[in-house]
Design a protein around this ligand. Structure first.
Ligand SMILES: CCCCCCCCCCCCC/C=C/C(=O)SCCNC(=O)CCNC(=O)[C@H](O)C(C)(C)COP(=O)(O)OP(=O)(O)OC[C@H]1O[C@@H](n2cnc3c(N)ncnc32)[C@H](O)[C@@H]1OP(=O)(O)O
Length: 258
């Protein structure tokens, strides 16, 4: 299936989704809708075990499309924010892990999109921040909520109130991204990580994501109970039997689907 603003390519068991809305991959409804559609296509293709989200050119995503903002009023802004949050939930709750390969600037909605992915790595030249206050706005795609899943409360507030643009190295030091890589290598590095995810038990990887995400929406006690349910259910899977048999037979497990 082809899209106007994204490309979806298969690399092994990984779906690589590249946002292509020159010159800076600004997010407007049609771009966000294409990202959502491509993610849903990955969801449905059970031969895919991971997804990478990246951008074409010098930006991952330069934020919401400021020109589009000139066309909407308060109601339009509310509709837009609700729609983009729905798209982000598709990424957040996707069956497989989503790695953000930050190929360039991730600003405003671009950082909020990064936070919808499971983890991120950033190229050394990228600048990362929630710049909305500098435009007289606040993040409208979950930034004031999701930043606290990645940063200490005070640090997240400092970013929100200043609109500062962190270097990739600062973002890594603060835990906003997992690692920094050389310019032009983020997809290659992400594919190397994805390969290790793809070789693990696919049902276990999907279960680990569900269990971890559950914690972001529920209390610790509820999360512990949910983990027990998810953990014990895996004991009835052929993946688990293959995993322990392989270990006892001193060989690598084979999770390939027949
Ligand atoms: C499923 C459906 C969902 C529907 C929802 C739709 C999606 C909407 C998302 C909403 C998200 C909620 C709230 C989020 C708000 C924001 O993100 S506000 C914007 C935050 N971003 C910024 O503050 C970054 C602004 N841009 C810059 O700082 C710089 O442009 C840059 C990115 C660092 C690049 O700099 P440089 O390489 O020097 O290029 P420039 O000359 O500055 O720019 C090149 C051209 O690109 C245009 N441009 C840049 N950023 C944007 C932008 N965010 N929106 C629109 N256009 C942008 C810039 O104007 C230049 O255009 P020309 O002058 O025509 O060349």
């Amino acid at each position: 299936m082809s899209y106007q603003y994204v490309r979806l390519e298969r690399v092994g068991a990984t779906g690589v989704v590249t946002i292509a809305n020159p010159p800076v991959n600004a997010l407007h409804p049609d771009v966000a809708a294409d990202i959502e559609s491509a993610a849903r296509q990955v969801e449905k293709d059970t031969s895919l075990r991971s997804m990478i989200l990246t951008g074409e050119g010098r930006c991952f995503v330069a934020g919401g499309d400021i020109r589009y903002f000139t066309e909407i009023d308060r109601r339009g802004a509310a509709d837009m924010a609700l729609r983009v949050q729905r798209m982000q939930n598709v990424l957040f709750d996707l069956r497989v892990p989503v790695i953000a390969a930050i190929n360039g600037h991730a600003l405003g909605g671009g950082l909020e999109l990064l936070l919808s992915c499971d983890f991120a790595l950033a190229e050394e030249q990228a600048k990362i921040g929630v710049t909305e206050v500098q435009l007289g706005l606040i993040p409208g795609a979950g930034g004031t909520q999701m930043l606290f899943s990645a940063l200490p409360f005070g640090t997240a507030k400092r970013l929100l109130f200043t609109g500062d643009r962190l270097t990739a190295a600062e973002a890594a030091r603060w835990g906003l991204v997992d690692q920094v890589c050389e310019q032009g290598t983020s997809v290659e590095v992400a594919l190397d990580i994805a390969k290790r995810i793809n070789s693990a038990g696919p049902l276990a990887v999907e279960a680990a994501k569900r269990s971890a995400n559950f914690r972001l929406r529920h209390s610790l006690d509820e999360g512990h109970r949910r983990e027990v349910d998810i953990f014990s259910a895996l004991f009835e899977t052929t993946d688990h039997r293959e995993g322990i048999t392989a270990f006892l037979e001193r060989r690598s497990p084979n999770y390939e689907r027949k």
